[in-house]
Every structure is written in structure tokens, then in C-alpha cells.
Design a binder for this molecule. Structure first.
Ligand SMILES: Cc1cc2nc3c(=O)[nH]c(=O)nc-3n(C[C@H](O)[C@H](O)[C@H](O)COP(=O)(O)OP(=O)(O)OC[C@H]3O[C@@H](n4cnc5c(N)ncnc54)[C@H](O)[C@@H]3O)c2cc1C
Length: 481
């Protein structure tokens, strides 16, 4: 059996470590932070629980490959309560509310009443969501024999619409509707910059109950994974930063950390590929795929966010989870935005303390915003951050003015803080987006020129997120002998 070093204890690193330790290998999992989880994590501020990640988790329903994997690595189990929210969110536009109900027929009927003129476009929208939901169910089913999603799409009677949606941004697709409220809701239906197909995918998965939330959110989920790894006898080294992977004759021999050097038979990097190639491998190796993705960043773009967490006293259960607000434009990062997502966490008692519930206020950011913040000196960035926090809380209070004296600021983070936390390029929380202009990509995890070192994590295929991190970890295990 082999000695394996896994760099980074995010979802990918934890999952790979658990699987390899379970197979009998000796695994050393090295993490630079004091806690595991990376981008999928949480912490406490003034005793209030802040979850920085889980809005939905693909694979919460039993009977599919991804759910099996989450169970295998201890993230989910029969003891973990799964919270099913009634909708994927509501979007308010000048007095009209568009809700993405879990019940697709209910949503279709409601939308038809709101905008009868959009009857045809609304029907086609819901037919496509249902078709994509069925395809994803087949693709994830245990007997799918790893059918490729694209082959399944070609078999669907709606294949033309589905393939077209990959080439359309949500804003472009929204032009199918006359109603400004529907246009607004479709355009902003989801965080990040993914194309219309990805929203069909998300809404379809959600409607089938396969994108819900484990109670306790991200922090409790990664703690379960950590405990599983330790129970199996794995070694977890926290507060240890890997500075270099030492390669000789095409083989990774050892890993140099801020606190000593460790030898290994195999090295798995479960962190950002740019950081891996440029910092850990000192620029001596390179990947054509990642070079090309980065040089076309405007087409692929990255998804990040500016996230402000507040507590609100009193009953907030009438605010849908989440609620998209049309706000007076505010400048956040490089550009102005008139959209903000409000996410109240009242559905899980872990987020409620002394009658106060945590709410997150969320604004999309991309690589241009990251570069803008980077151009500021420390003092100017701090000032800019304070202004953004104030503008975002003010925008919330304009809509929910009755909470004026009952709102307290907790914490915030943006692309700069995400980059500092886990070394993710441009502060991305989901790698490159699958946009209307980019092509879907998959990296098989191999590093050209190094036999025994592999790459896993959210950056290994388009659209990133925890499912990508999990699947990439699962797929790399076969290379470790
Ligand atoms: C606000 C927000 C909302 C999100 N919402 C969702 C959601 O609803 N659903 C979903 O599926 N996903 C969501 N995501 C995305 C999800 O969190 C990530 O895609 C996923 O957690 C990435 O996992 P990973 O293991 O690939 O990488 P990471 O989490 O980045 O893990 C890498 C780890 O490596 C460590 N590391 C880095 N450099 C070093 C070094 N030199 N030495 C040692 N350790 C190092 C880092 O500290 C980190 O722990 C969200 C993320 C954010 C921030």
C-alpha cells in the first residue's frame, strides 16, 4: 500500500483522503487553515453560525451515484436530516413576485396568471426544466453505466432547445418573455454567470428533491467528513502550508511545508490548479488547458461574490429563501448592480440564537471585480468594503424597513477574502463558469511530466462546485496503486 500526501482539506481533499485511507493506503492530509472544509465551511461570529457555502447540495436524494458517494465519505447518512425548501427562490420586480416553486405545475400555473401573454414561452420553459430533470436523473442513476449527459441530451425530444440553452446566457434566454418581472427573474435566477442550461439543470435537480440542504449546513457536513477520515486512521495536519512539491526524474518525491518536509509515493493536489502549477511546482510544468482557460477568462469568467452577513430580530419566515431584490443601483467592485440576493436562514435552528436569525446579502462578482479590489491599497480597500457593507444593508432595509432597529452586522467576505482563505484564483468560489461563450471542459487529473502527482477539486471541470470536487476525488482513486 502507498503513502499518499493530499494537499488541501476542502471537499475534494477530504473525499479523496477518506476513500484512499479506506482502501488501506497511508494518507497524510495537509491543510493550511486551522479547520477543514476550504470554501465549503462555516464559523461562528458572536455565537451566531455563519455558513459560507451550502445553498443547495446536489445528491441529497437516495438512489443515485452522487448520494452514494456523499454517504461513503460520511457527509450524509441516515442520521442527517435533509431540509427541503418549498422553492428555489422568489424574485421581486416592481411589485410582482416570480417564484421558482419546487412543484413545477404550480409554478407554471402561477406564472401563466402573472403574464398570460407569455403562455407559450412559459410552457416551453417548464417543459425544458422537466426534460433536463429527467435526463439528470438517468445520468445520476446507479444503472446509468456512466452514460454521458451529452449522449442522453441527444435522445431527448427537446434536445434542440436543451443544446441551444448551452449557447445562451440567462439574460439572452429571458428575452423570450414579454413580462419584465419574468425577464428579471430568469436573468438573476442563479448566482454566478453560468448559461441557461445550467439553470435548467439546477431547477430540474431541485424539483426532483436532489438539491436540498443537510441540516447544519457546510460546517457540520465537513466536520462529519473529517471525523470519518480520523476514525479510519488517517493523519490530518492542520495549520500547515505546502510550499513546494519536490519533483525528481518525473516523480514527486516529497512535499515541503512551512513546518518540515514529508516524503510520499503519491501526491494529490486538491487546490487551485494555477497555485499548484505556479507556486507548488515553481512554474516548471504547465497545462495547455488551464493556460487557454485563463487567457480566455472573459469568455469563461469566474463566479465569486460579495457576501454580507447580518442578524435580524423577529419573525422573518415570510421572506422566501432566497429572495432576489431589484435595488437602486450600488457599486460593488468594478461595476454597478441593481440586483441583490437575500437569504434568511430561519429554516435551520442552528442559525437562530436569542431570537435573532442570520441573513446573508449576496451580490455576484467576477474576475474584473477581483482585479479592481487588488488595485486598491489596504486603506482604500477597507474604506471601500465599509461603504459596500453599508450600501448593501441599506438596500435590505429599504425593502424591509420594519427591521431598521433590529438589524446587526456580523461579518462579510468578497473575492479578496476568498482568495486569501483558500488560494483560489480571482477569489472564485466555483472555478470557471459554463457560460454561453465557453465550452464545457474536463481535466482527467493527470499532470503532464509527473507520473505520480494528480490534480482534483472544483477546477477540474466546468461548473465546479461541491459535486465536481467530490466526483474528481472519486475518479482519481483508481490511479493510486
Ligand atoms: C458563498 C459560496 C456559496 C457556495 N454555494 C454552493 C452551493 O450552494 N452548492 C455547492 O455545491 N457549492 C457551493 N459553493 C462552492 C463550493 O464551496 C466549492 O466549489 C467547493 O467547496 C470547492 O471544494 P474544493 O475541495 O475543490 O476546493 P477548496 O474548498 O478551495 O479546498 C482547497 C483547500 O486547500 C487548502 N489549501 C490551499 N492552499 C494550500 C496550501 N498551499 N497548503 C495546504 N493547504 C492549502 C485550502 O485552505 C482549502 O481548504 C459555494 C461557495 C461559496 C464561497
Amino acid at each position: 500500500m502507498a503513502k499518499v500526501i493530499v494537499i488541501g482539506a476542502g471537499i475534494a481533499g477530504l473525499a479523496a483522503s477518506i476513500k484512499l485511507q479506506n482502501k488501506g493506503h497511508e494518507v497524510f492530509l495537509i491543510e493550511k487553515n486551522e479547520n477543514v472544509g476550504g470554501l465549503c465551511s462555516g464559523f461562528f461570529v458572536n455565537d451566531h453560525y455563519v455558513d459560507i457555502c451550502l445553498h443547495w447540495l446536489m445528491g441529497t436524494q437516495e438512489g443515485n451515484n452522487i448520494n452514494d458517494l456523499w454517504n461513503e465519505v460520511g457527509a450524509l447518512s441516515n442520521d442527517v436530516n435533509i431540509i427541503s425548501l418549498p422553492s428555489l427562490g422568489s424574485f421581486e420586480y416592481e411589485g410582482t413576485t416570480i417564484t421558482f416553486h419546487r412543484d413545477l405545475d404550480k409554478a407554471e400555473e402561477e406564472w401563466m396568471n402573472i403574464s398570460p401573454i407569455d403562455k407559450k414561452a412559459i410552457h416551453q420553459f417548464f417543459e425544458t426544466v422537466k426534460a433536463v430533470a429527467n435526463l439528470m436523473n438517468i445520468a445520476m442513476s446507479k444503472d446509468s453505466r456512466r452514460a454521458k449527459a451529452i449522449d442522453l441530451i441527444k435522445l431527448s425530444p427537446l434536445s434542440k432547445q436543451i443544446i441551444m440553452s448551452m449557447k445562451q446566457s440567462r439574460e439572452e434566454y429571458a428575452q423570450n418573455f414579454v413580462s419584465p418581472a419574468l425577464k428579471f427573474a430568469i436573468t438573476h435566477s442563479q448566482a454566478g454567470y453560468n448559461n441557461m442550461f445550467f439553470f435548467f439543470d439546477l431547477y430540474g435537480i431541485f424539483s426532483k428533491g436532489n438539491g436540498d440542504i443537510p441540516e447544519g449546513g457546510a460546517l457540520y457536513m465537513v466536520e462529519r467528513m473529517k471525523n470519518k477520515f480520523l476514525e479510519l486512521g488517517g493523519t490530518l495536519l492542520l495549520n500547515r502550508t505546502v510550499e513546494e512539491v519536490i519533483v525528481k526524474d518525473g516523480k514527486a518525491h516529497a512535499v515541503k511545508t512551512n513546518n518540515g518536509t514529508l516524503k510520499a509515493d503519491y501526491v494529490i493536489s486538491a487546490i487551485d490548479p494555477y497555485y499548484t502549477y505556479n507556486k507548488l511546482l515553481k512554474g516548471k510544468y504547465s497545462s495547455r488547458l488551464y493556460k487557454s482557460l485563463d487567457s480566455n477568462i472573459d469568455k469563461n469568467t469566474i463566479s465569486s461574490c460579495f457576501n454580507v452577513y447580518i442578524t435580524v430580530e423577529g419573525d422573518i419566515s415570510n421572506i422566501d429563501v432566497p429572495t432576489g431584490l431589484h435595488i437602486s443601483p450600488i457599486k460593488v467592485g468594478e461595476k454597478e448592480t441593481d440586483f441583490m440576493l437575500v437569504r434568511p436562514y430561519y429554516y435551520d435552528s442552528n442559525f437562530i440564537k436569542d431570537g435573532k436569525t442570520v441573513i446573508s446579502l449576496f451580490i455576484d462578482q467576477d474576475h474584473n471585480d477581483y482585479m479592481f479590489y487588488r488595485s486598491l491599497d489596504e486603506k482604500s480597500y477597507k474604506k471601500e468594503k465599509e461603504r459596500i457593507i453599508k450600501d448593501m444593508i441599506d438596500s435590505f432595509l429599504i425593502r424591509y424597513h420594519h427591521f431598521k432597529e433590529k438589524t446587526e452586522f456580523l461579518t462579510c467576505f468578497g473575492p479578496i477574502e476568498l482568495n486569501k482563505r483558500v488560494n483560489t484564483s480571482y477569489g472564485s468560489f466555483q472555478s470557471f463558469s459554463f457560460t454561453n461563450k465557453s465550452t464545457y471542459y474536463i481535466n482527467n487529473g493527470k499532470i503532464k511530466g509527473i507520473k505520480n502527482m494528480f490534480l482534483i477539486g472544483q477546477w477540474t471541470r466546468s461548473i465546479g462546485g461541491t459535486p465536481t470536487a467530490l466526483l474528481s476525488a472519486n475518479e482519481i482513486v483508481k490511479f493510486i496503486k
